[in-house]
Design a protein. Structure first.
Length: 262
């Protein structure tokens, strides 16, 4: 069965500033029903103290919630590999299987994967617009270049919507064993390319929408495809904080939509 996770992005005000402490966020996610969380930069990073990590570990245990993945979005320089080691240590201590990274330097990512492997942790890169992992095909080429068994991909269907690509079963079959985890958000095309909240990609406007919007991501299709390829890990909601809807209410609305699909 697919498990649902909730990202700290939904309470992220700006940068590393959040609406509530990380331990309260973990408890709130659990109260709704989410079984996992994504802890973001500022909630958990290489500068997080051992005392704070212990508090996070206690909150995860007390609420029966897993840390589905954490972020390791550091500069890709030799010096910053020490931060990868610190994040891998933290991930190991929290039983977190994945560190999310970007990719600008293949050799650096190879080194990061080798460090993570020492701690039995994997690295994931999201299939995302505007980079070397924009499409399934380019993302798989990157996997071949990195050539590490603990390097894989995050499937996130809204980014497929942005580039006009299908996010159904065929895409997931192409990913094969490089499908490591899943993130979810919701976008739909918009007639305008100007205005607050409008995302523009390749001269097309997009806007965020409610979980059941028929012009947005077809979550029924996405979950059916995930089940068809045997995926049973976490699907983590990464919706940002809404300017018009209470964050917890938004998380509850998505949970009600997504839980029956698991």
């Amino acid at each position: 069965m697919i498990k649902l996770g909730l990202s700290g992005r939904i309470i992220e005000e700006s940068g590393p500033t959040y609406q509530m402490p990380v331990t309260d966020f973990i408890a709130a996610a659990a109260d709704i029903g989410y079984r996992g969380v994504e802890l973001r930069w500022g909630q958990l990073d290489h500068e997080t103290s051992d005392d704070d990590i212990a508090q996070i570990a206690d909150a995860l245990t007390e609420n029966n919630v897993a840390c589905a993945f954490a972020n390791c979005l550091v500069e890709q320089t030799p010096h910053d590999l020490q931060h990868v080691r610190r994040m891998a240590e933290i991930a190991r201590s929290l039983a977190t299987p994945y560190l999310r990274m970007g990719i600008s330097d293949v050799q650096w990512v190879q080194g990061a994967c080798d460090i993570a492997a020492e701690y039995e942790v994997s690295a994931v890169v999201q299939i995302h617009t505007g980079g070397s992992t924009e499409t399934v095909e380019s993302a798989m080429r990157v996997c071949g270049e990195v050539d590490r068994s603990n390097f894989g991909l995050t499937y996130e269907p809204a980014n497929f919507v942005l580039v006009g690509r299908d996010y159904g079963q065929a895409a997931l079959e192409t990913l094969g064993n490089k499908l490591f985890n899943v993130s979810l958000q919701n976008l739909k095309p918009d007639d305008t390319t100007d205005g607050e909240g409008i995302i523009v990609y390749q001269d097309q406007g997009f806007t965020r929408c409610e979980p059941g919007d028929r012009d947005g991501v077809n979550f029924d299709k996405a979950f059916a495809a995930l089940k068809a390829v045997g995926y049973n890990g976490f699907a983590t909601l990464i919706e940002p904080m809404s300017p018009v809807t209470d964050s917890i209410a938004l998380a509850e609305a998505y949970y009600k939509k997504l839980k029956p699909l698991c």
